[in-house]
Design a protein around this ligand. Structure first.
Ligand code: ZN
Length: 166
């Protein structure tokens, strides 16, 4: 892949990152996919027909642990792994273009777009965060920045997926 970096241009990710629809058994996976910049819708309590229809209408790849649901969806990846590391390994094996680097592009809570925001003069950053870019979700307003949480995610991805740099 090209154009890598800690804060790659948003356009690059939008064009290249696959778009997913994760079913309700894959909530943790959905959050990780958002952290690496994949537009990932997560649905809970939806009937199968509605899931299949939405994946098709929005051109999303369905991620599911349900064999029957995968079989009846045109673009689906069946993930049989029971835990998150297994599911991520299976997904990257099936779709090697899945990014494996933290990117401040999608909100992990609601999948909204993240946009860089100027420092808030009423909320000065803590000293250890001074100069750290801050991003805010255009939908829910949640703020994100580089920190111990993102380091943990990088460490996990490197440990779980062979060939991934920390
Ligand atoms: Zn949000």
């Amino acid at each position: 892949m090209t154009g890598k970096g800690k804060f790659p241009g948003r356009r690059w990710w939008v064009v290249t990152a696959p778009r997913f629809l994760a079913d309700e058994m894959l909530g943790r996976l959905a959050r990780y996919l958002r952290m690496v910049g994949c537009d990932t819708t997560y649905v809970r309590g939806w009937p199968d027909d509605a899931i299949v229809a939405r994946a098709r209408e929005e051109g999303r790849i369905l991620l599911t642990r349900d064999r029957a649901l995968a079989a009846r969806t045109p673009a689906a990846i069946l993930l049989t792994g029971v835990d998150l590391p297994d599911q991520l390994r299976q997904l990257v094996h099936a779709l090697p273009q899945v990014p494996r680097e933290v990117a401040f592009v999608r909100c992990t809570l609601c999948n909204g777009d993240l946009l860089p925001v100027p420092a808030d003069p009423d909320r000065p950053p803590r000293p250890e965060r001074a100069g750290t870019p801050v991003f805010a979700c255009a939908s829910c307003g949640h703020r994100y920045w580089e920190g111990s949480h993102t380091s943990d995610v990088r460490r996990h991805l490197a440990a779980w997926i062979p060939g991934t740099a920390e």
